[in-house]
Design a protein around this ligand. Sequence first.
Ligand SMILES: *Cc1c(COP(=O)(O)O)cnc(C)c1O
Length: 428
Amino acid sequence: MSATVRDVPITAAAIRGEFPLLTNTAGGDRPLIYLDTGATAQKPQAVIDKITECYEHFNANVHRGVHPLHERITAELEASRKKIAAFLNTRPLDELDLLDDVSEIIFTSGTTMGINLVAQSWGRQFLKPGDEILLNPLEHHANIVPWQMIAAATGAKIVWCPLTADGRFDLDQFDKLLSRRTKMVAVTAMSNVLGTLPPVGEIVRRAHAVGAKVLIDAAQSAPHAPIDVQAWDADFAVFSGHKLYGPTGIGVLYGKLELLDEMGPFLGGGNMIDEVFDDHSTYKRPPFKFEAGTLPIAEAIALGTAIDCVQAWGWDVIHRQEQALLEACHERLEVIPGVTIYGPSVAHKGAIVSFTVEGIPAHDLGTSLAQRGIAVRASHHCAKPLHKCLGVDATTRASFAAYNTLAEVDALAEAIVNTQQMFFRRRG
Ligand SMILES: *Cc1c(COP(=O)(O)O)cnc(C)c1O
């Protein structure tokens, strides 16, 4: 652990070297080109090793025993929770003079589960007929459908805030729609289709001015930029482990403690109770009130390892590499006749490029790229309202991480041109 070793900034090539899957081929000697991090990120060796270590050396259930194995696994899990709290820059709870085992970090199965938890627990309790939930077309279905469900159950109403023509969040429209009826603003920190980065802190500030709560969907932003729930003053924030280089099946819900304390539980069962009587039960404080049943323990611990990796790489290196990839991708694709890139200019977005190619259905393009070893997404990307705004059924999406290379961007551009040649030759 000499200081000089840690002072040398890690390179993007060194980051790539930590991902064993990326050394695979796409069949034969064709390289595997993974441009689908927006759907799920690949896993560094340290995360894979941590899961194995958990099962090989300290597998047991947490919080439930006196054996050293229980102590070890519980300590590992709670250490991961603390790492996540620091990663999100939550308030240090000891400053709040709280009991030891209270936390604002709740383990969930992922972003979808976290939003459903808030919609059901907070929404059922606090939404009344006529109240408004403010959404915008950048949202993933996971940040739309749970709100529609709770709106139907409570009589609250969904209100849509339109985007600017180039696919940015429109603060002027937002101001016009905000009112005392607005009770919840649910907004993504990064669009999984356009890469748009809504001004989260400003949205929270304006929402709070009318008394609304704000949930930030950080699923797509988490691997690309720091989350700071204090700077945002977010009431709730959610993300998924698997998009942050961690395991599937684990995610995080952050909530302000005073809100979590007011909310009833979402799921009932073991682990979350204080007392169980014949006719009712009392519940623990957060996080355990919201963690009924056995967690994906190894996954939760390995998520802490994924965060260690991100912090070792450093946001500067990650950002520089992703920005270079994004700019190169725009430059290479914009000059191909027939290619349309959707959303804002590179100055207003993260490393995601969604596009269409005139005359080639997105699915056919995706299939052709796949045959050339390139993994992209070709669909509505769980964002049908957004595609309605864009006026297309589907787009092809290249999404990047710091482990991608400029040569891979070149390969994408070349494969698009080859596909055009093949497609139009075949059609005559
Ligand atoms: C992926 C994604 C989700 C859903 O995440 P799950 O891990 O499938 O629960 C929600 N919102 C955004 C912006 C996403 O990119």
